[in-house]
Design a protein around this ligand. Structure first.
Ligand SMILES: *Cc1c(COP(=O)(O)O)cnc(C)c1O
Length: 467
């Protein structure tokens, strides 16, 4: 037989889609007839093409069944999935920022799988308010008169400015025209919200008189922006909230502050770098504050707007509010996270973000002692595995200059070999539960600060060793 006769013979032996489907009742139960027959047909087509190209693949029903199951499984892998964050950045925007506490996870599951009183007043039997589930909590924790929530802090700033300053002027210090990761730049958000930015002062120094001079007939409000992710040092001056609030009041203008992270507890009491709190801003006379839910607060992605009731009422009437509002799962999670703040002493235990940020060095040292042998055993002998102190970052632009002393596992090739380190880092990311570290000066560093789930980490190492 010549080659094309062999190929034709093989093609004739290829089973039909229907014959294969007869052996796949269990898979059809799971994935549905149309999906399974589609993938079986693709598998058989693939074999036919291989044969045309001169290959001699297995053409049995069993073989096709197995290949189909494998493809179906791959197709149905979740795209969005958990990873192990050993980058040393606690609030890593690309890794989903804050990890939610169990109380919040339970609440999400409760409201997601059943109807809820999201906008239904159970006492009156009529329409209720979506914000009612979190407003009192936010007011309790910040001292504000009223509050609302939207999709993120960028949306909070946009909605606040669009409501209170559309087509009017807003003076902002040149030292506060920040860019926060990629697409959030204060000047651009202001443009998008329809207000006109009036730049005042200098990059390093802005005085009260600069604000005073900028106030005119068309001024809508005064805006102060937390310079979250950078710090100006040296010959600097900025105006305090208290002084700005006085000036704003004299001119009957609202003072709005974008706090960025906006902490709800005194960080210095937890042994962390000081960050002013939302309650302090309200007490200082700021009329509207906005801050993120998933930065230092440790909750779900959202933006909180709190302050004077008359202004919050206006914000709620803006049609954009509807476009930016929160869904029920986020509201449920946020309410539970906020409740944890009623007992500040338990926060470093119950709220993952604060637990990671305050994790004792000794705890991580002990973990390193447990893990070094396991990592060593999983890797080729060409790597040296040890542990040492390093520095974690808080992340998400919160407290950018401060770092936290930490313990890292350090993995270094015995001889300098950057490509071996990169390959190892790639292999760790390719695991079913990706392990994400960082490469620094020819070493792969795995920061233990956020490693809660040691079992999953060890399982992944085992898979790496097996591979
Ligand atoms: C992070 C940040 C934002 C954006 O908040 P998101 O919740 O990420 O939308 C806005 N302003 C400041 C000052 C920030 O630090």
């Amino acid at each position: 037989m010549n080659r094309s006769e062999t190929a034709n013979n093989l093609k004739r032996r290829l089973p039909s889609v229907n014959i294969v489907l007869q052996e796949m009742a269990d898979v059809i139960d799971l994935r549905g007839h149309s999906e399974v027959s589609k993938v079986v047909a693709i598998t058989i087509d693939g074999l036919r093409q291989k044969i045309t190209l001169g290959a001699n693949p297995e053409v049995s029903v069993d073989g096709i069944r197995a290949a189909t199951i494998e493809q179906l499984e791959e197709k149905n892998q979740p795209s969005l999935k958990p990873v192990i964050n050993l980058t040393g950045t606690v609030l890593h925007t690309n890794l989903g920022r804050a990890v939610l506490p169990q109380e919040a996870l339970d609440a999400v599951v409760r409201v997601a799988g059943a109807p809820s009183n999201l906008e239904f007043d159970l006492a009156q039997g009529g329409r209720g308010e979506r914000d009612s589930h979190i407003e009192t909590l936010i007011c309790e924790l910040t001292g504000a008169e009223a509050a609302t929530v939207v999709n993120n802090n960028a949306a909070a700033v946009l909605l606040t400015l669009n409501t209170l300053a559309s087509n009017r002027e807003v003076p902002v210090s040149r030292g506060e025209l920040v860019e926060i990761g990629g697409s959030f730049r204060i000047p651009e958000v202001m443009l998008g919200s329809g207000c006109q930015l009036v730049e005042i002062g200098a990059t390093n120094r802005t005085h009260l008189k600069d604000y005073a001079a900028a106030i005119g007939d068309n001024t809508a409000l005064l805006l102060k922006v937390h310079t979250s992710n950078y710090r100006i040092e040296g010959f600097t001056e900025s105006v305090s909230e208290i002084d700005l609030a006085k000036l704003a009041q004299q001119h009957q203008l609202p003072l709005v502050a974008d706090l960025g992270s906006g902490s709800l507890v005194d960080f210095s009491a937890l042994g962390l770098p000081h960050e002013s709190t939302a309650a302090e801003s309200i007490a200082n006379g700021v009329d509207i504050i906005t801050f993120s839910g998933d930065k230092l607060l440790g909750g779900p992605q959202c933006g909180i707007i709190a302050g004077r009731k008359a202004l919050i009422d206006q914000i709620n009437k803006n049609p954009l509010k509807r476009a930016l509002r929160l869904d029920k799962m986020t509201l449920a999670a946020l309410a539970e996270v906020l409740k944890l703040y009623r007992d500040p002493l338990s926060l470093t235990n119950k709220l993952p973000t604060l637990r990671y940020l305050t994790r004792p060095l000794a705890d991580m040292q002990q973990q390193a002692q447990r893990l070094v042998p396991a990592v060593r055993a999983a890797l080729p002998k060409t790597f040296h595995v040890g542990s040492k102190t390093g520095y974690s970052q808080i992340g998400s632009g919160a407290l950018p200059v401060e770092t936290l002393e930490t313990i890292v596992l350090s993995i270094a090739p015995l001889e300098v070999n950057d490509s071996a380190v990169r390959k190892l880092s790639d292999a760790l990311r390719a695991l079913p539960c990706a392990i994400i570290g960082r490469i620094h000066k020819g070493e792969l560093l795995l920061d233990l600060r956020c490693l809660d789930d040691e079992d999953t980490f060890l399982q992944q190492l085992q898979l790496l060793a097996d591979a």
